[in-house]
Design a protein around this ligand. Sequence first.
Ligand code: XMP
Length: 340
Amino acid sequence: SWTMVNIVDEAVASIRAQVGERRAICGLSGGVDSAVAAALVQRAIGNRLTCVFVDHGLLRKGEAEQVEKDFVAATGVALKVVDARRRFLDALAGVSDPEEKRKIIGREFIRVFEQAQAQIVEQSAKQAAQDERQEPSAHSASFSDWCLVQGTLYPDVVESGGGAGTANIKSHHNVGGLPDDLEFELVEPLRKLFKDEVRRVGEELGLPAEIVWRQPFPGPGLGIRIVGEVTEQRLDLLREADAIAREELTRAGLDRDIWQCPVVLLAEVRSVGVQGDGRTYGHPIVLRPVSSEDAMTADWTRLPYDVLARISTRITNEVRDINRVALDVTSKPPGTIEWE
Ligand code: XMP
């Protein structure tokens, strides 16, 4: 039977065989799949890999830093960070429709990523030309000298082979997942692995636990957890509430018992509350803890009341403008996991 070391060695060897002398680019989303794929390729071809992280401003508290600091520290990978927060906010201004939000985020993501890709190739070509002047043997870089790394898992491979999927229900979007008309050859080192194996490979490669054990998070991020228009202020509110919920779930030791717990801001709903001597008129947030094997179906998780109570008390005390916490007790079906 295969040990993790075998799996890692095998993957590294096959990446080396495929990439050869070429270079590679890998988009990082903050999620476990792209992180493990990148770490494997880094191990195989070292600094011929460049990672790209598009900060679209829709990540949760601390997640951008996890990529920019912790992941880089753990792997030594070369990382290009693109701060696209303003661009995404501008593109999403005035949009409340869930599908439209998903499409905009997907489209902007691809544009920003392609720009970054082109810059990396161009820079590398310039560098190669410079090196050539000093040292004539160095080879030049052009598009055909590059591969694109993707964190496709075995279930993704099976699903895109014509399974019923959820694509007709929501336009799913994988950050790091890219357009079909690729100029780059794909490298998919996780194609034969399931999620739990990917996590174990990640551990084997020494990636931070916060990345390896991260719960699933949708590509469009907090953009589809704000019911209503996405604004900077609303993102800040949701980020604070979400961070508190995650902190209390972790403290209660529940991280590995739940599949995920979206926190949803009902940005266009207000309710009256009272705090201290004063009337408040704030927004509700919804906790959506779910248990699932594969996200195709799910049940709402019966979280302990004392944990729910702590989350509720802390959020309403600590997050201005949120004066009510509601619990979603819907299974999937009929509810989907995310609200949009
Ligand atoms: P739903 O809401 O369809 O979600 O029940 C099922 C699972 O998929 C995640 N999800 C996404 N993941 N891109 C992703 O990579 C997406 O656009 C997306 N939308 C939903 C969701 O968090 C849940 O785990």
